[in-house]
Design a protein around this ligand. Structure first.
Ligand SMILES: [Mn+2]
Length: 407
């Protein structure tokens, strides 16, 4: 039996005021072809299907169209768990309908935990695989009391809550060990030791929502993780892995090879795990240096033969001078190069970083973090201070979100 593990699709992502619809469609087409060609029978998507709680309709259409096309393949079961970016209720809304098609959606932890233990059956109605489908765990999902505590104690409690949740799922799955079929868990969280691209957007390493690899119960033959966008094995344990995202979701992720895992079982055990790399559908590139160097590098980059959509470039010009209309100058310079400059940053030593976007954004297009970032930049916060401010702001946002969810 062959399984495919993927995660972090982030359908509907807006990237510096551009949508990713074309790239996502190419990635989903590639995924469908891979499932057909490799004769994948079970698909696991470990969270962050969508980029935002209320994704645009085209992104929803991409999701449902993909699922519909999967029904014409050999893929017998599809398991989808919610990530921190997904709206649990939005993912779960069509749960009953989708389950009739063997598409198992776990947007949030079920009230009755045993519902999250999926017993996948073959055509002869025999159990062929057991999946402890664990979505992104919110505090309200955890069997811990965290009132009136602060700091380290609270963090330790939450971490213990995560471990306890996996233990409960393992306890529910344990009786099926005698069926001699693989038992797999999913997760959408930060596992200690994972490395991400520097400042991966929306990940916040050192997050309190973490677990170390050896804390996943030994019962699980494979742990399919999502959340970190770089594919990797965790804690040296071959069977605990992040598949990574299917597209680079920020300029910091462009060095990563994006891939999915193909997992083969020989009935009762996992026999092989292979990564299959995705093509680069659109090259994202950061070009930095003095204005002269930037121009040389832009020319060299543009001259390279490559497949795919028009590359998107972020330019960082290091200078201590004022360069009027740098944005327009660089646009004019690259006008016939077949590349798009999405972002121009000026980098001065300990001076404010001015960010100019292709089209001046409407306040309504910005999220709170972006507005806060711009405000800080306008006050001239130096980079290290800015980073700290942003982390504090994110912490505050998380805290507010929790409070809202607790209500
Ligand atoms: Mn995530």
């Amino acid at each position: 039996m062959k399984l495919l593990h993927t995660a972090d699709w982030h359908l509907g992502q807006r990237f510096l005021f551009n949508d990713r619809e074309e790239e996502h469609q190419l990635a989903l087409d590639w995924l469908l072809d891979t499932i057909k060609n490799e004769e994948v029978e079970i698909l696991i998507v470990a969270g962050d299907i969508f980029d935002i709680n209320n994704p645009p309709n085209y992104a929803r259409a991409q999701y449902y169209t993909f699922l519909t096309r999967l029904l014409q393949t050999n893929c017998r079961h599809i398991v989808i768990v919610g990530g921190n970016h997904d709206s649990p209720s939005m993912l779960n809304a069509p749960k009953a309908l989708l389950s009739a098609l063997n598409i198992h959606v776990v947007g949030a932890v079920a009230t009755n935990l045993s519902e999250d233990l999926l017993l996948l059956r073959n055509e002869a109605e025999e159990i062929e695989l057991v999946i402890a489908a664990v979505p992104f765990l919110r505090y309200r999902d955890l069997d811990v009391s965290i009132t009136g505590e602060g700091g380290h104690e609270r963090i330790a409690r939450i971490q213990a809550g995560l471990v306890k949740h996996y233990q409960k799922m393992a306890d529910l799955a344990a009786p099926y060990r005698s069926k001699n079929v693989p038992i797999i868990a999913t997760g959408h969280l930060y596992a200690t030791g994972a490395t991400a691209a520097e400042k991966q957007d929306n990940i916040y390493i050192g997050n309190i929502e973490n677990i170390s690899a050896e804390e996943f119960p030994a019962l699980f033959d494979y742990v399919a993780l999502g959340h970190i966008h770089r594919p990797q094995i965790i804690g040296g344990l071959n069977h605990i892995r992040y598949s990574g995202s299917i597209l680079p979701l920020s300029f910091t992720e462009t060095q990563d090879t994006k891939s999915v895992y193909l997992i083969e079982t020989n009935g009762s055990e996992i026999s092989t795990i292979n990564a299959k790399a995705l093509p680069v559908f659109r090259r994202l590139k950061t070009i930095a240096g003095s204005l002269q160097k930037v121009k040389e590098d832009l020319r060299r980059f543009a001259d390279k033969d490559r497949d795919g959509l028009r590359p998107w470039v972020e330019v960082i010009v290091e200078t201590d001078q004022v360069i009027p209309q740098l944005d327009q100058e660089l646009k004019a310079f690259t006008a016939d190069m077949g590349i798009d400059i999405l972002k121009v940053k000026l980098k001065r030593n300990y001076q404010p970083i001015a960010i100019q976007y292709e089209n001046s954004p409407d306040l309504n297009d910005l999220d709170a973090l972006e507005v806060f970032t711009k405000k800080c930049e306008s006050f001239g916060s130096p980079p290290d201070e800015l980073e700290e401010l942003l982390n504090t702001f994110k912490e505050l946002q998380n805290w507010m979100k929790e409070k809202e969810e607790e209500r």
